[in-house]
Design a protein around this ligand. Structure first.
Ligand SMILES: [Zn+2]
Length: 254
């Protein structure tokens, strides 16, 4: 990516845009101009979204495959097909159905001042969102690590209860279910994928606000990762409709 390889990059501007977006990520809709559905232009394209995937973390192939699969599953609900272009990006303005997904080895804290638990950002200015979706890989690792700690504590509490022959505290079940370990191997890829998909929706819909639930809620919780309930990380009906209208996604009733 040009702007952190280029010594004279407009760092101040970058920090400013990142800051505004990071606050929007955590605090909600204040910065967002509400999207007027009647202003939606005719669909662009045929339901294909092109992702220029720039992986500065050098992820292993299995992890990339997992995250691609999850991102595709999320957008499939809107009838959209993801087309991945690896390690390349055209030097031109990107079309409405194109964006860059950039995985950074950073924890993001040098990019903005403020909350330190932001996994992804989609910088924007007064004209709306840009075309770059950044995911801070170290935050995904941190997030997974909290899940590991929680799972280990719960396992320990269950084991101790069994040894002492007492009932397991019901709190433990909500803290981390007995099968929490099953979710851990794939977790980093899922966190990256869901954070990326969240930022992609901001970009594709030029939307800065958040929804009450699902993928576009303003933050994810550790406990959300110990469930097979994918609806916690899926689009709502309104978002699906907007994506279809904007990008020509086909109806998908599965
Ligand atoms: Zn957001």
């Amino acid at each position: 990516m040009a702007f952190y390889q280029r010594p004279k990059s407009p760092r101040t501007l970058l920090l400013t845009t990142a800051l505004v977006c990071a606050l929007a990520l955590l605090l909600g809709p204040d910065a967002a101009a509400a999207q007027d559905p009647t202003a939606t232009p005719p669909p662009f394209g045929d339901g294909t979204v092109v992702i220029y995937f720039l992986d500065h973390q050098f992820l292993p192939a299995e992890e990339v495959a997992l995250l691609r699969s999850e991102v595709s599953a999320i957008f499939e609900e809107a009838g959209l097909t993801m087309e991945w272009v690896i390690a390349d990006s055209p030097r031109r303005d990107l079309n409405p159905n194109e964006l860059r997904l950039i995985i950074l080895p950073s924890d993001g804290t040098r990019w903005f001042h403020g909350p330190t638990n932001v996994i992804g950002i989609a910088p924007h200015d007064d004209a709306g969102t840009g075309k770059n979706c950044f995911v801070f890989y170290r935050q995904a690792i941190w997030f997974r690590q909290q899940a590991v700690f929680r799972c280990r504590e719960a396992i320990q509490a269950r084991t101790e209860a069994q040894i002492r022959g007492v009932e397991i505290d019901p709190f433990i079940e909500s803290y981390a279910p007995a099968d929490c370990g099953d979710y851990l191997p794939a977790l980093t890829a899922l966190i990256v994928a869901r954070a990326a998909a969240h930022e992609m929706v901001h970009i594709l819909l030029n939307k800065l606000d958040h929804s009450a639930g699902g993928l576009m809620r303003n933050s994810f919780n550790i406990g959300d990762w110990f469930t097979q309930d994918n609806s916690l990380f899926r689009l709502d009906a309104n978002e699906i409709q907007q994506l279809r209208l904007r990008l020509g996604g086909f109806p998908n009733d599965r």
